[in-house]
Design a protein around this ligand. Structure first.
Ligand code: ZN
Length: 311
């Protein structure tokens, strides 16, 4: 097993979703460049959604294009439907993220369609992706949201998640992920479901998108590692609250995740002291927005600083 774990910064997408004011394109790019400079190499930079529904991402084309021009990073963008995917392809994204919700109620509410409709849409998107010229063809990350529970439906049948993941896997994405969209997952559930899904999807790598809504994100990371998960989404400062739980903490904090992984002897390529400096700048860029995460508050113990740098 490789000891390199991919940490994918999703603050620019998931994290900004609930920030109550518009963050301008230059600030987004400054954030992206600062984290890239700290060694973060994978990002989800924006979301191709209706500009009316989410004005925060009205600059999706611009952010995607400028991110694509930065050397040495993988810049992904989320698309919720075929129209979003078309825009993302036109913008030349390096990676396209497409997610189907395991919860019918969440799928209808979030994307206005059933999971079966979403699967059909994903099949069409894959056809479009394959039709791209090789140099413009993005990698595709396919995932299932509300995989561990849903605010509207409560418990989600793991068999349903596995069936959706397998159906998506057959359509030929490059990577896959499971998302605990509302922070309901527990470590036993994560370990079992990730092991099963990994066995189902074979050679495809499996990532996790975890929210710390109830404080279990980091233990869920460990459970995922034990099940062979090799990529984790995270947001600097634990940005990205839950619309159903106002005031709750958001995505697992990137800095806490990196600290955990490095203490376990795993490599991320990320320079944690530099990343903490970016967190300080983030607090200035997003005045009034509460940042979460423990390492940002407590700092790195002096004797551990060396192991928190890439090696
Ligand atoms: Zn999320």
């Amino acid at each position: 097993m490789s000891d390199f774990i991919t940490v994918r910064e999703v603050g620019l997408r998931d994290g900004l979703q609930l920030v109550p004011f518009h963050v301008d394109t230059d600030t987004k790019l400054a954030w992206l460049e600062a984290e890239a400079d700290a060694g973060v190499s994978a990002f989800e930079v924006t979301s191709f959604v209706s500009r009316k529904a989410m004005p925060q991402f009205a600059d999706a084309e611009l952010v995607a294009a400028r991110a694509a021009a930065l050397p040495g990073i993988s810049a992904a963008a989320l698309a919720l439907n075929g129209r979003g995917a078309e825009r993302a392809l036109e913008a030349g994204v390096g990676m396209l993220v497409f997610v189907i919700s395991a919860s019918q109620a969440h799928s209808k509410g979030n994307a206005g369609r059933s999971a079966d409709q979403a699967l059909a849409e994903f099949a069409e998107i894959m056809t479009q992706v394959r039709a791209c010229a090789p140099e413009r063809r993005p990698r595709v990350l396919a995932g299932v949201a509300t995989a561990f529970g849903c605010t509207l439906e409560g418990a989600i049948d793991p068999a349903r998640v596995r069936a959706l993941m397998s159906a998506m896997a057959e359509l030929g994405p490059d990577e896959m992920a499971l998302a605990d969209t509302v922070g309901y997952a527990n470590p036993a559930q994560v370990k079992t479901l990730c092991r099963e899904v990994k066995a189902d999807i074979g050679h495809l790598s499996l990532g996790l998108h975890l929210h710390d809504t109830r404080g279990l994100a980091l233990v869920n990371v460990v459970a995922g590692l034990e099940a062979g998960v090799t990529a984790f989404d995270a947001a600097l400062g634990g940005l990205g609250g839950c619309p159903f739980a106002p005031g709750a903490s958001g995505n697992v904090a990137t800095e806490d995740l990196v600290y955990l992984l490095h203490t376990l002897g795993l490599r991320t390529g990320i320079h944690l002291p530099k990343l903490l400096k970016v967190r300080e700048r983030l607090a200035e860029w997003l005045p009034g927005v509460e940042l979460h995460g423990a390492v940002g508050r407590a700092g790195i113990p002096a004797h551990q600083v060396a192991e928190m740098e890439p090696y």
